[in-house]
Design a protein around this ligand. Sequence first.
Ligand code: NI
Length: 175
Amino acid sequence: MTEAETLPILFVPDKRLRLKARPIGDADGDKVRALADKMLATMYAAPGIGLAAPQIGEGLRLVVLDIQPKEKPEPMVLVNPEIIAESAELAMREEGCLSLPGQYADVTRPARVKVRYLDLTGAKREIEGDGLLSACLQHEIDHLNGVLFVDHLSALKRNMILRKLAKDLKSQQRG
Ligand code: NI
């Protein structure tokens, strides 16, 4: 791993988390590579298994993830990722988010997805996954569209989590 600096992660209700991120173009080249390094460092330090650029205040369609960081690091960088196929079958698993620290809930999503993206060399790639990888891919791509995992919950459950988060963050500031 590179020794990249870490970046502050935005917390809900920061409005930048609700914006639709823009596609990355050729002109973004070097900036994207440096940003991906910093995002990976930030994700591993948090620690987390995925991070999307809007979470560090960059409105770009860039995602980093590593669903098994403790065993053997396998950092992935996805530029302009999009879901091109998803299963009719659904799966539920518990999710959390670095932008809603300490909050977790069961989220139901398609069990399997296929995602197309560009790697850092600009090569077209596809990844298909189920289980944790599927949930993580969908969760991070949601962030690029201003969507958070709590948006998949009932209004009642979502409001409970948002209230608890606000309380937790407030007591941390006082702490
Ligand atoms: Ni998240």
